[in-house]
Design a protein around this ligand. Structure first.
Ligand code: SF4
Length: 106
């Protein structure tokens, strides 16, 4: 089962934790959950996950996050793509946070 570090983490989350990890790659948009306590992102209960779930609502990387985490195959516990997952399955009583509408062009 994947832990809190290693291949189950999306690349952008790894870069947020360690900017020197892959400095040669072009910059990517930041994960909206960057800077939140690890316990919020890797929560197993809705109350603890709420800050991360709210961040997902304004995150530009939702699709990439779920693709990278691959919850079902990684047996993921935590927040990814606006959902709370436990053992790779979305928690049934956890509402999915909708993506915020895109900002209007300036
Ligand atoms: S979708 Fe949610 S968990 Fe994934 S990077 Fe964005 S804010 Fe973090």
């Amino acid at each position: 089962m994947p832990g809190r570090s290693g291949s189950s983490l999306p690349r952008h989350l790894l870069l947020d934790q360690d900017p020197d990890l892959d400095a040669d790659l072009p910059p990517t948009p930041s994960a909206a959950c960057a800077g939140l306590p690890v316990g919020a992102v890797f929560a197993t209960r809705y109350a603890q996950a709420l800050p991360a779930l709210l961040a997902c609502g304004r995150c530009a990387l939702r699709t990439e996050c779920v693709t990278a985490v691959d919850p079902a195959n990684s047996w993921f516990d935590g927040v990814s793509g606006g959902r709370l997952w436990r053992n790779g399955r979305p928690i049934a009583d956890s509402p999915t946070v909708p993506a915020a509408p895109a900002a209007p062009a300036a």
